[in-house]
Structure formats: C-alpha cells, structure tokens
Design a protein around this ligand. Sequence first.
Ligand code: ZN
Length: 115
Amino acid sequence: MTVPSDSEKPDNRGGCPSWCIADHGNQTALEDQWHESNVTAVPVVEHWSHFADGIWRLSSDGVTFDVLVEQHVSSQAPWFSFGPSDDRERVLHLSPESIGRLVAAFEVLLRLIKP
Ligand SMILES: [Zn+2]
C-alpha cells in the first residue's frame, strides 16, 4: 500500500508538521491557512482593577485559556498561542524561544513559593 505524502493530500496544501490537526479543506484564503495543534484548555483566574464610585476596585473572574501551537502555511516559524477560549481576538503569540524564557522565569518563581 502506498501512503500519499502530505503534499499529495488534497486538503493539505504544502504539507503539515507532525503536530497539525487542522482541516485545511475549510481554509480557502491564504491568510486563513494555519497549521494548528490540539488545544489544551487551562483554567486561570483573571484579575483587573477598575475605578468605580470614587475608589479603585479589584475584580476577578475564572477564564479558560486555549493553549496551542500555530504556524502559517507560508512560514517555518511555529508560535505558541494562548488566550481566552471565548475570545479569539485576545490571543498572545510567543515564539518557542520566548516560551523557554517564560517557563524558566515561572520555574524560578515556583521555587520561591515552595516550602
Ligand atoms: Zn496543517
């Protein structure tokens, strides 16, 4: 049995990285053609301050962040993406190098608070 290469699959223009699960058949415009990994949902708490009734108040809310890897089909650069699952306009994209620095910074902070 011959398995078609990624570039021979009709819904996979140009081949996919091994982690891509995107349905490229629905991505018609070039700007919409992104490789996407599985999404990991991470519950977080969002805090924000606001001025109301003459005083500063702190509010918080539970939010679910979607965490995934994305890469435009015309690029070789993957981006780590995370943001509220109910608002795809509020997304941070970080390079693998930035994620490494962020993970290292969080590991330092975690060691500070561990007994
Ligand atoms: Zn893909």
